[in-house]
Design a protein around this ligand. Structure first.
Ligand SMILES: [Zn+2]
Length: 438
């Protein structure tokens, strides 16, 4: 109860019996979360946040109406170009971090304010979406469209909260870096290059806040890491009539058998998940791993000679990842006679472990929410969300994620953000940033 702590009652106060009742009333008054828990300066910030919030939805509409799936490089750059002048207007220096052409990624928007006071804060968003689709539309309490909740809604929360602080002069001499990546949904390879700018920003920061979708009244103190795997299975060809005899099982049966072994032997482990997402099998297979697509040709009377499977693996620690890789390799090594099988792995996102410093940030966010009369904010269970950009910096700064807009159906055609959650988060975030940077 933050309000309780801020009631600086003299200990002598309560020894006077008549005054004891008064003290109790004061204490109870402070315990209930209300605007009374805010200093006059904080109250000004909240008023400015309300004003800044009115521009958030129109800006979200403009951002969503720019199609920006990760591989639509022009679209991702256009969303960056929409946000860039908004940051410049509130005193940030901006730059576009280009990626080498061979990486086929748009790059990132970086906005920075320098100063000498308070904690150094890194704010993380992303400009790309998984899908493209219908334009923005308002449907009652919902803002619908690709990226509304994942995470252009979070991006506009960042901007509006900073706008409110700027309008009150609270950003002066404060150190804030904003990194909106252009390839969060499918990070460019090599990772060391595509995340170099984010890591550089984190090395110059004390705290990282990320604005992926909020889940109810929670925030994220831990996220699972994720990696990819590719399984390649070969089989002896031949006439279909001989399958499972002289020519063996062929590449499709054998791939299916291996996948089922993955499911049986790894599927039940806590905090671990393994998802085959694409299968190509037949006599001729062409696989474009970069774009996660391909083509296959087969003939019903011919045994398939080749199968390629790609998928992901999610884990809460490096140790769990290493054990899963070993188990998968062991299963693949047991492939049937007259087949071949090989699995390769790639790291994508490290795990964001639930550090005490992350819980301290959650406490500060929770306190801001209660002081605003908006109720408590709890920690989200780590398996309830995928990996995110914040995971790359989680080992060396305090981190809190999942403080963007609320909504549902990320990565689906019917994605939406809850409109009211945007103004709620703008106020919570503005107050949190104000307190962290004093
Ligand atoms: Zn996202």
């Amino acid at each position: 109860m933050s309000g309780f702590r801020r009631c600086r009652l003299s200990p002598r106060f309560v020894v006077f019996r008549k005054k004891a009742l008064v003290a109790l009333v004061v204490v109870l008054g402070c315990r209930s979360a209300s605007a009374g828990d805010l200093t006059p300066e904080e109250q000004r910030i909240v008023t400015a946040a309300d004003a800044a919030a009115t521009a958030a939805l129109p800006l979200l509409e403009r951002a969503v109406n720019i199609q920006s799936a990760t591989m639509n490089l022009a679209g991702v750059r256009a969303v960056g170009a929409l946000f860039r002048p908004q940051f410049e207007r509130i005193g940030f220096t901006t730059r576009w971090a280009e990626m080498p052409a061979e990486m086929h990624r748009a790059g990132h928007l970086i906005a920075e304010r320098t100063g000498t006071k308070g904690k150094r804060i890194l704010l993380i968003g992303h400009l790309d979406t998984v899908l493209e689709g219908k334009p923005f539309r308002r449907n009652g309490s919902r803002a619908e469209g690709p990226g509304t909740v994942d995470m252009k809604g979070g991006d506009v929360i960042v901007l509006a909260a900073l706008q409110a602080l700027h309008d009150c002069g609270a950003l002066d001499d404060r150190r804030i870096i904003v990194v909106f990546t252009g390839d969060e949904e499918q990070a460019g390879l090599p990772i060391e290059r595509s995340r170099a700018d984010l890591l550089d920003a984190a090395r110059r920061s004390d705290i990282a806040l990320a604005f992926e979708a909020a889940v109810d009244d929670t925030a994220t103190v831990a996220r699972r890491g994720v990696g990819s795997w590719w399984l390649t299975v070969g089989g002896a060809g031949g006439h279909s009539s001989g399958i499972l005899q002289e020519p063996g099982a062929g590449a499709i049966y054998e791939a299916a058998r291996i996948l089922d072994a993955f499911r049986r032997e790894l599927g039940g482990e806590k905090d671990l998940s393994l998802n085959p997402s694409l299968v190509l099998g037949g006599t001729e297979v062409e696989h474009d791993a970069e774009r996660s697509r391909g083509s296959a040709e087969g003939k019903t009377n011919v045994i398939a000679g080749r199968t390629i499977v790609e998928g992901d693996l999610r884990f809460l620690s490096d140790d769990q990842k290493t054990r899963a890789h070993a188990k998968m390799s062991e299963i693949v090594a047991r492939h049937l006679p007259r087949t071949s099988a090989e699995v390769v792995f790639a790291d994508e996102y490290p795990a964001m472990a639930p550090k005490p410093a992350n819980y301290e940030l959650l406490d500060a966010f929770d306190r801001a929410s209660r002081d605003l009369g908006m109720g408590p904010v709890r920690a989200l269970e780590p398996t309830k969300r995928g990996a995110g950009d914040i995971s790359f910096v989680a080992s060396f700064v305090a981190c809190l994620d999942g403080i963007g807009a609320s909504g549902e159906h990320s990565h689906r055609a019917d994605e939406y953000a809850d409109v009211d959650s945007i103004s709620t988060q703008i106020k919570r975030v503005a107050l949190l940033l104000y307190r962290l940077t004093r």
